[in-house]
Ligand binder design. Sequence first.
Ligand SMILES: Nc1ncnc2c1ncn2[C@@H]1O[C@H](COP(=O)(O)OP(=O)(O)O)[C@@H](O)[C@H]1O
Ligand SMILES: [Mg+2]
Length: 292
Amino acid sequence: MLNDQAAGLRAMHANKTQSRDSTPQPVRVIAVASGKGGVGKTNVSVNLGISLAQQGNRVLLMDADMGLANVDIMLGLQTKYNLSHVLDGEKTLQEVIVEGPGGLKIIPAASGVRRMAQLSAMENAGIINAFSELNGELDILIVDTAAGIADSVISFCRAAQEVVVVVTDEPASITDAYALVKVLSRDYQLSKFRLLANMSRTPAHGQQLYEKFARVCEQFLDVSIDYLGTVPFDHDLREAVQKQIPVTVYRPNSLAAKSFKGMAKKIETWPIPRGVTGYLQFFVENLFQSGH
Ligand SMILES: Nc1ncnc2c1ncn2[C@@H]1O[C@H](COP(=O)(O)OP(=O)(O)O)[C@@H](O)[C@H]1O
Ligand SMILES: [Mg+2]
């Protein structure tokens, strides 16, 4: 199977070098974070990833959450290897990447993610090298982070160009999201965030939640919060989770799926990262040298 996959990736590369310039292209790196767990980060990461892939982007989803509801479970995928095997030198990055629905590529979660910030210089160089193999293979990297303000979450958000904060209309979700934005802005000088209001009752409810959150953040912190959009509370999404099929595939016409597609279109209009920060290497180097 791994051989098949390697062959597939080689074929993909061959196609691409015919049609695209082989010099590294800017990659959008989007971290999906929340503060509180269970608010929908993994569903957001997976379904935005699939929608962006369906729109013709080459998307890689990195599962950086070691919690229970992992990306591979949500997609019903059997995964054997992950980033820790790359760190140990047992596998190449391309060998641990699995393919999900709609051509979405996935790096499964690793307990190794926790220790990534404490890599030796050798491991560090190795992983940067491993990611550089992906240069020119990728348009968008989405990182599904863990709940809370763990060091790894901070590292991923700092290294990404875009941080999508997922909130629901509950006090704990809002205060935890605020705490995350506060730490990232006060201690790490991040100043721009995107908000996604999940499980809203109506589009207006989602918009109100955004306005409430943005007002408080912008009043007390030196940040700007943009509205990415809202996903309604949707029973089709719950059913899709049960079936281990992403809602954008299971019920493409559901309200939730439609809102993910709308947001994916919006993401495509975000400015393309320019300068060094636009390259994958910048993300990886930043990630492993962020002092955590
Ligand atoms: N828009 C939604 N509508 C209904 N239920 C949702 C929605 N988004 C998430 N959920 C429910 O919340 C649960 C947790 O979602 P998940 O994406 O795993 O959150 P997180 O990754 O933040 O922990 C899902 O299993 C699903 O049942
Ligand atoms: Mg999750």
